[in-house]
Design a protein around this ligand. Structure first.
Ligand SMILES: Cc1cc2nc3c(=O)[nH]c(=O)nc-3n(C[C@H](O)[C@H](O)[C@H](O)COP(=O)(O)OP(=O)(O)OC[C@H]3O[C@@H](n4cnc5c(N)ncnc54)[C@H](O)[C@@H]3O)c2cc1C
Length: 473
């Protein structure tokens, strides 16, 4: 028997009163709300979708649901890749999508305060108009900033600027009980007790609902240039990375990709940007690197130094993406990997492990060896600068149950290998419900006990996003 209550007609009426009628049920619920971008982890339609406009409304909804023992799943844009925003226990899906106002800039302290439903793309563009730069750069630009903070989203600029965590100064949170708290402060240092702010970041909507965020901004970089570096194989490619990092050139992004995934992506885009051969040799791997500079002269200097480093380290050639179109094409090919895989594949599952940078080639060699025992194929790419790898299991002809069975078996081995090499099971996508079993295995009983203890303190009735991160159903 479920430990949760259903959304009764009476509760529905009180919920409607709390949010000026913005509640949908039954056939009025858009099918998109039943899944995120990885439906393979399970689809479920909530009993009600509640659209909140303010912290006050979120607090009222949480208070009601807590009193009635009804589960609540917070949802931003639903672009997550672990099933985190799916209402697997039914109940209420609480959408922050309409909490989309940029509340104001503190230009002197270089911060901005936003509602949690503001899209990453909207803040980026608006900050630029104000002469500021919001450095995190997750691949999916239409995710909400609340979702980014809840998953500690990373992205391609993490190698230079870190992840979302490094930009959250303060936040307003509604606890599962409906209490409202303010965490952090518009300051740049804190040694003021346990950091509840940092506990909330990456908690995937299991500890509280973030309603507002104060984010750190930086000055806009003046000039950016990208290089495409060609290698015969992945080992040469990755072995360049520490040398490039030690050269004091501070790349803004440093991505690696193998020949196969470039082919999939270029076929999807219908455009060829990455050379397949160099002086008769097959190109097996690429580094795509961006650098920032104050002016053309500084960029020229950086290009020269970077080229020297990579060529000495065994690169075949260096191409400078020195026109806006070339830069756009090179990054477009990288940015569409997931869409390209999705469009050409019936069944997809993925893992987003992170390993020490120097271990990338050995790890991928092991994973490819492990994958030989299974009927699906794999595609991989990743953030070379921070060791975060995206490995996709793909099949067009397997039955879904058999695919899931084989993938689970493969993932277990792949995660165990990552852990053995000093890595972790997720670098940026999170755990949701899709990776919970693996987290349990890799983290071990003591850490799981601590996580569940924390969950219990925040959410005594277990109504917020049940079945995610550390609490199995
Ligand atoms: C094509 C593609 C590329 C991607 N690239 C990247 C990438 O480069 N880096 C990266 O890190 N991720 C990436 N992602 C994953 C995804 O975009 C991020 O996880 C993003 O942060 C999710 O934001 P969202 O608003 O869509 O959240 P949702 O998917 O709606 O929710 C994600 C989780 O956060 C919780 N949540 C959402 N809003 C709140 C809130 N206000 N308060 C509390 N909990 C909340 C949900 O309950 C859920 O557990 C990519 C996804 C796609 C489809």
């Amino acid at each position: 028997m479920s430990q949760y209550e259903k959304v009764t007609p009476e509760l529905l009426e009180t919920l409607k009163a709390a949010v000026s009628g913005r509640v949908k049920t039954g056939a009025d619920i858009n099918a998109d709300y039943s899944h995120d971008e990885m439906p393979i982890y399970g689809m479920a339609t909530p009993e009600a979708v509640v659209e909140a406009h303010s912290t006050k409304e979120v607090a009222a909804v949480m208070k009601l649901c807590n009193e009635h023992h009804v589960p609540v799943t917070p949802r931003g844009a639903g672009t997550g890749l672990t099933g985190g925003a799916v209402a697997i226990c039914g109940g209420v899906l609480l959408s922050t999508a309409k909490m989309n106002r940029i509340l104001g800039y503190d230009e002197d302290n270089m911060m901005v305060t936003v509602q949690a439903g503001v899209l990453f793309s909207d803040l980026s563009a608006d900050a630029e108009k104000h002469g500021f730069f919001y450095p995190p750069d997750p691949g999916e630009k239409f995710a909400t900033l609340g979702g980014n903070a809840s998953t500690n989203a990373g992205g391609m600029r993490a190698v230079k600027y870190g992840t979302t965590r490094d930009y959250v100064r303060a936040m307003t949170v509604v606890l599962p009980t409906g209490e409202v708290i303010h965490l952090g402060a518009p300051v740049s240092k804190s040694s003021s007790g346990y950091s509840l702010l940092h506990l909330m970041i990456g908690s995937e909507g299991t500890l509280g609902i973030i309603t507002e965020l104060t984010l750190k901004l930086l000055p806009m970089p003046k000039e950016i240039i990208s290089l495409v570096v060609l290698y015969e194989n992945l080992k040469d490619c990755i072995s360049t990375v520490p040398k490039l990092m030690r050269a004091n050139l501070h790349p803004q992004a440093l991505e690696f990709m193998e020949h196969d995934i470039i082919k999939v992506s270029e076929n999807y885009l219908g455009k060829k940007t990455f050379p397949q051969k160099y002086e008769g040799k097959d190109v097996g791997a690429y580094l795509l690197v961006s650098f920032e500079g104050e002016d053309d002269d500084q960029l020229t200097d950086i290009i020269e130094k970077a080229s020297e480093v990579v060529l000495e380290a065994g690169a075949l050639d260096v191409l400078v993406a020195d026109t806006p179109q070339l830069k756009k094409d090179a990054w477009a090919a990288r940015s569409t990997f997931l869409d390209a895989i999705d469009s050409s594949t019936k069944l997809v599952d993925e893992c987003d492990v992170v390993v020490p940078v120097s271990k990338i080639p050995d790890y991928l060699t092991c994973v490819k060896e492990i994958a030989k025992d299974y009927d699906f194929s794999i595609q991989d790419f990743g953030h070379a600068g921070d060791g975060n790898l995206h490995i996709y299991c793909c099949s067009n002809d397997m039955e879904v149950q058999e695919f899931n069975r084989q993938v689970a078996n493969f993932m277990r081995k792949a995660y165990a290998k990552a852990t053995e090499m000093g890595g972790l099971i997720s670098g940026e996508h999170g755990i949701g419900c899709g990776k919970l079993d693996y987290l349990e295995e890799m983290a071990g009983p003591v850490k799981m006990r601590l996580m569940r203890g924390i969950k219990k303190v925040f959410d005594p009735n277990g109504i917020l996003n049940p079945g995610k991160v550390c609490c199995k159903l």
